[in-house]
Design a protein around this ligand. Structure first.
Ligand code: AMP
Length: 284
């Protein structure tokens, strides 16, 4: 497994592989890897000759007061998991390689970031779109794999790939959960044992909403209120949003009979957690 620390080393590696006729798969991450990340590598591995993993805690996608400075890291374990998953190169740039002095370009989508997390994290998706655009230009993959855990991010990546004419196939990997349903996340490491129990309220609320939708004709407003009350019955929880939306446009919808995305963000203590599910995906 090659380890590449500079932009030019990574680009030259990819150019060399392409000259040899090799295809490249790509999994971008912020590190502190778990089985959710591994599942994306498992998806990418059989699709391409080479598999690149990037680990970069991207400062521009963190707002003021967020956890940029405390984001967890364990590079040795990350490299171990990557090697076992068949990664052939790890791109480990530092901040100055990605954002050298004088950097001034931003990639910003016009509509998709205006919903869900984007409302509460105003700089987040421009930071994501900018870094992913740069990583695509540096790694030059044929296929890139992202998790449905970050559903809005995945929609944004699909859209920017189309809008900016990247010849990259984008694949969404399903959410990997702990045995008790908690969606795996590097940020789960922040939770105390007690908060970890409260964090179960996210997935339990998704299951509850799905049941209520199938068994009643509750409208989305009433359902959101019921789910908010349910989550607030757990200690140290504060709902940021619970929303029912169109799975592609992310526009809020009151019609819960067709395909609908339920997305939520909840603070448990000071840790912000997200989860989502698409209900009725096959009914149109
Ligand atoms: P992160 O390191 O949190 O930026 O995530 C890197 C990639 O892993 C993103 O595409 C995430 O959506 C994906 N990911 C994170 N957690 C999970 C999970 N529990 N299941 C599947 N994919 C995930």
């Amino acid at each position: 497994m090659d380890i590449l620390k500079t932009k030019s080393d990574m680009q030259e590696w990819s150019i060399r592989k392409k000259k040899q006729g090799k295809t490249i798969g790509f999994v971008p991450t912020m590190g502190f890897l778990h089985q959710g990340h591994v599942s994306l590598m498992d998806i990418g591995r059989p699709l391409c000759d080479e598999l690149v993993l990037s680990i970069f805690v991207n400062p521009t996608q963190f707002g003021a007061g967020e956890d940029l400075d405390t984001y967890p890291s364990d590079i040795d374990n990350d490299l171990h998991l990557a090697e076992n998953a068949g990664v052939t190169a790890v791109f480990l740039p530092n901040k100055d390689h990605i954002y050298p002095a004088g950097f001034q370009t931003e990639v910003k989508l016009m509509s998709l970031p205006n919903y869900l997390c984007g409302k509460f994290r105003p700089v987040h998706f421009a930071g994501v779109a900018t870094v992913v655009t740069k990583l695509f230009n540096i790694v030059m993959p044929d296929v890139a794999v992202f998790g449905q855990k970050d559903y809005q991010q995945l929609q944004i990546i699909h859209q920017l790939t189309e809008d900016l004419d990247f010849r990259i196939q984008i694949i969404g990997g399903k959410i990997i959960r702990e045995a008790d349903g908690l969606a795996m996340s590097s940020r789960n490491a922040y939770l105390t044992e007690h908060q970890r129990q409260s964090a179960l309220s996210l997935y339990q609320s998704i299951q509850k909403a799905e049941k209520l939708i199938s068994e009643s004709n509750m409208d989305s407003k009433e359902l959101s209120q019921r789910i908010t009350d349910f989550i607030h019955s757990f200690d140290e929880t504060q709902v940021e949003y619970i929303q029912f939306c169109h799975p592609q446009t992310l526009e809020e919808t009151s019609d819960l009979s067709g395909p609908v995305l339920m997305a939520l963000a909840v603070k448990v203590g000071t840790t912000r957690l997200i989860d989502n599910a698409v209900f009725n995906p096959h009914i149109s």
